[in-house]
Design a protein around this ligand. Sequence first.
Ligand code: SF4
Length: 268
Amino acid sequence: MSTNIEWTDQTENIIRAKEGGWWCHKKSEGCTNCYAEKLNKNSFFGGNKQPYSGQPPELVLDTEAIRKWGFQRKPKKHFVSSMTDVFGEWVPRFWQHEMLDGMFVAPNQIFQILTKRPEIMLSSMDEWLSCHGLDKLPLNIWPGTSIENRRTLEERSQFLAQIPALIRFWSVEPLLEDLGDITQYLNDVQLVIVGGESGPNSRPCHIEWLESIVQQCHAAKTPVFVKQLGANAIFGGQRFKTRNKKGGDIEEFPQELQVREFPVPVRE
Ligand code: SF4
């Protein structure tokens, strides 16, 4: 599906509810205003109205969508499962492995897999690698974790860092507080995406917090991608208003935040 997420080309939701819509389970502060849950609560967008809490509905894996990856000619970046967490506790491990198999046979496509549960991603990917006799993920599979504050930075970055991959990424969105000194973590990540929260009831994101991350990434030579300032951006203690509702127009960013880099893939 085409998308307005700036750091990918298309989203693919390979895990869906059997009766329509999607499901996920809220995990941390970053999930409070989950856009996927909002869409799922609206039948107009194909949702099933279930909240992202409680027990999952019956789910299905879209094996046909996975099979098609191997036949795509035009190279694209695929954000796999924007409406759920494919490494959720409720997702069968063999589904995760079937997804990785599909990615493995589509080496000209890039797959960006984002989780708030990198400890599960680590153990599932380790298992998959050992089943295939591999010591590292192929270059086209980018494992990533969401980070929203210092607690999730400390907790999640350590698991992501252990995944044997050539490109690992963070999605620091919604950024909910100043992350402080992140230098020690930057050696283990090859792309940092940052952004403030968008949508109704957006929590504030201070432009100074974004600037600090961008400066530290530049100093460490880690590619950084500023996705958006968010709908409630603050600068110097005042609201920083943008014409774009989510603060996603790069031309409205302060000069030093006008940066959207990607890692240069290096084959080994
Ligand atoms: S992990 Fe993502 S999709 Fe799932 S509830 Fe949290 S924000 Fe929503």
